[in-house]
Design a binder for this molecule. Structure first.
Ligand SMILES: Nc1nc2c(ncn2[C@@H]2O[C@H](COP(=O)(O)OP(=O)(O)OP(=O)(O)O)[C@@H](O)[C@H]2O)c(=O)[nH]1
Length: 201
């Protein structure tokens, strides 16, 4: 891959066992382990990609979802450009915990402007037949909590895994573009002597 690459840090959060490591490994190594062990602390892998003409190096941080590893994972939230809130569609509790994960991230990442931070929600394990969360419920949660994009994935079947990580990049680029637009707006406003920052920021 040629051209200057943008380094983006995305972080996978969600209950233990929802499939965060499996999603990362499927995306980066195209492998799936049906006997995957729980993560202890955090791990990360990089993958280069091109999205809408932009070259990106995606640094994917996979965290341990089990409560007992909280103090090991939270120091790594800072500097994340996007957070992938993950649950498993066959595990109702993991869906109901999404709000706690969102709050934990905002607090430990010290997000200054949570309303505009790019979250993407993933409902994993859609290959399973014993669903406990419907697509409509998940969409509704996303609408109510920040109008986040929602994708249903399967690390096992490789459903929507690439799409999910590309969506994360698109969300970050969109926020970045909006910021640039706003800064340009300020410059123009200041130069013309009109009131600055009146529109989008
Ligand atoms: N059927 C199915 N099983 C999956 C899928 N993704 C992960 N699994 C299985 O679910 C179990 C847990 O997967 P992990 O990737 O370790 O889950 P995790 O969220 O990283 O778990 P922690 O490290 O404890 O936070 C493993 O047995 C995986 O093989 C999927 O899409 N479909």
């Amino acid at each position: 891959m040629s051209g200057k690459s943008l380094l983006l840090k995305v972080i996978l959060l969600g209950d233990g066992g929802v499939g965060k490591s499996s999603l990362m490994n499927r995306y980066v190594t195209n492998k799936f382990d049906s006997q995957a062990f729980h993560t202890i602390g955090v791990e990360f892998l990089n993958r280069d990609l091109e999205v809408d003409g932009r070259f990106v190096t995606l640094q994917i941080w996979d965290t341990a979802g089990q409560e007992r590893f909280k103090s090991l994972r939270t120091p790594f939230y800072r500097g994340a450009d996007c957070c992938l809130l993950t649950f498993s569609v066959d595990d109702r509790q993991s869906f109901e915990n999404l709000g706690n994960w969102q709050k934990e991230f905002i607090y430990y990442a010290d997000v200054k402007d949570p309303e505009h931070f790019p979250f993407v929600v993933l409902g994993n394990k859609v290959d399973k037949e014993d669903r406990q969360v419907t697509t409509e419920e998940a969409h509704a949660w996303c609408m109510e909590n920040g109008d986040y994009p929602y994708l249903e994935t399967s690390a096992k079947d490789d459903t929507n895994v690439t799409v999910a990580f590309e969506e994360a990049v698109r969300q970050v680029l969109a926020v970045e573009e909006q910021l640039e637009h706003c800064m340009l707006g300020h410059t123009i406003d200041l130069n013309s002597g009109s009131k600055a920052g009146s529109s989008c920021c």
